[in-house]
Ligand binder design. Sequence first.
Ligand code: DQA
Length: 145
Amino acid sequence: AKLLVLHGPNLNLLGTREPEVYGRTTLAQIDADLGERAQAAGHALESLQSNAEHVLVDRIQAARGDGTALILINPAAFTHTSVAIRDALAAVAIPFIEIHLSNPHTREDFRRHSYFSDLALGVVCGFGADSYRYALEAAIKRLAR
Ligand code: DQA
């Protein structure tokens, strides 16, 4: 099946961005690892990072017509602000898993609320770059049902 991985704002800086919070793995390393694992399981995986809300909304809308079976998304700061991305995911009705490197529940109060969690299949947070791996594993298992 076809899997789409979406990364929100500032995740292009992974590796150097607050490494004590987000680790030292780069986004390119995460995407390469996910791509290999998806391929080994017989799936196709495409990744997109954007700092722009509308780019993520447009990509989600396009996913309705391109055969995407499941979306893995780290909305980053948009987690806590974006009704537009939430609405796009609801509109296309493609199942998605919410991912965070950090555990937002242990951080500032404003990170405790997510516009996504109540619509998500599940949420993986707090395991650094491994959060993406665990989410992919859950996605692969679900696609095999
Ligand atoms: C994040 C957590 C968000 O609160 C933050 O704005 C991010 C990254 C994470 O992966 O831990 O940019 O989504």
